[in-house]
Ligand binder design. Structure first.
Ligand code: FES
Ligand code: FE2
Length: 354
């Protein structure tokens, strides 16, 4: 029998009270996912693109954000905007694919929208009494450009995100994250809960296990520590063995995950396109300074490393997801190395009203 929302929220409270990880139900139950989609995910700010995506005016790409079809468009003025990708006429998807165009034309009845979303043409509609073109543009979504990420929020009631991230900006002041360009992407269908990915990303404790032959050599588990901060984010520091290896790992709640090696300024952004309680599409974006992006062989070598590490993490996340199917298991204590997980779980509890 599945648990009621009250029982699920009580499980979250209990894990915070006892210093353990979250109960299996929080990663597995469709009812928990429904709660978290409404109270945590839909009201959240989510990264959908980097600043250098879609460089030419008129370039656009559809993105599925929590089941909401959205369209990211580079305007004539160079601004990156996000719109609902659902046609204001009868609800067809406006742009099904990436492309470049002067106007965005819905294929169903050929209503055409400017790159600013305004309705430019609607065949035969002038014959319709009372038709008000000005009210029939694409719905513009709230966006913010933060450290090179285009953030989108689907909820008008959510406060602006930038002020709350000021303390994280301070930590990132010398990292140069905002200028990094995308040098490649890797995509994976991931058959586990999105929070399993977050928990994995936000601790380096597992370097001594799953990554014993790779990251443990450069960024051992022992030296890592989470940082308490004031805002909707978590920061994990990993000094690394060599000078310049310092790794900064961060989560902007709920879904933005990124890390940066501060010496070479090489970063990754783990974009989770969440599809359900037990699956998401992961797009790993590799980020680097323009000069590194141009250095012969460097991007390919870096992408190779990212892929190798992620294959190790796939094994970890799949192993956890399998374990979460157990009805015997109860969550164990989080270590001091897992401070960021506790912080994230507190955020969830607060947003869920647990
Ligand atoms: S639904 Fe888009 S033009 Fe009719
Ligand atoms: Fe890992």
């Amino acid at each position: 029998m599945s648990a009621s929302p009250e029982q699920l929220l009580a499980l979250v409270r209990r894990s915070l009270d006892t210093g353990t990880g979250l109960a299996a139900e929080c990663y597995r139950e469709p009812a928990f996912f429904a709660l978290e989609r409404e109270r945590v995910l839909r009201p959240g700010w989510h990264a959908v693109a980097r600043w250098d995506a879609l460089p030419e005016a008129g370039e656009h790409m559809p993105v599925d954000l929590l089941g909401e079809p959205i369209l990211v468009v580079r305007g004539e003025d160079g601004t990156l905007r996000a719109f609902s990708n659902v046609c204001p006429h009868r609800g067809h998807i406006v742009a099904g694919d990436r492309g470049r165009a002067k106007t965005l034309v819905c294929p169903y009845h050929r209503w055409a929208f400017g790159l600013d979303g305004a309705l430019r043409a609607a065949p035969l509609m002038d014959e319709t009494p009372g038709f008000d073109r000005a009210r029939c543009g694409l719905t513009k979504l709230r966006t913010a450009l933060w450290q090179g990420f285009l953030l989108v929020c689907l909820d008008d009631a959510t406060p602006d995100v930038l002020p709350s991230l000021a303390p994280l900006d301070e930590r990132l002041a010398d990292a140069g994250l905002a200028e990094l360009v995308e040098i490649g992407t890797l995509e994976f269908d991931s058959a586990w809960n999105w929070k399993v990915m977050v928990d994995n990303f936000m601790e380096s404790y597992h370097h001594l296990g799953i990554h014993v032959d790779s990251l443990q050599k450069t960024h051992p588990a022992k030296g890592t520590y989470g940082v308490e901060g004031d805002g909707p984010f978590a920061i994990l520091e990993n000094p690394g063995v060599e000078e310049g290896d310092h790794l900064l790992v961060a989560q902007v709640f709920p879904t933005l995950l990124f890390s940066i090696v501060e010496g070479i300024r090489f970063g990754v952004w783990y974009e989770m396109q969440i599809e359900g309680p037990d699956r998401f599409r992961l797009v790993i974006h590799a980020l680097a300074p323009p000069e590194l992006a141009r250095a012969e062989g460097a991007p390919a070598a870096l992408m190779g490393q990212v892929e190798k590490i992620h294959h190790e993490d796939i094994a970890a996340c799949e192993g956890v997801q399998r374990g979460l199917a157990s009805r015997i298991w109860r969550p164990g204590p989080l270590s001091v190395k897992e401070l960021c997980l506790a912080r994230f779980h507190r955020h969830l509890a607060q947003r869920l009203g647990a």
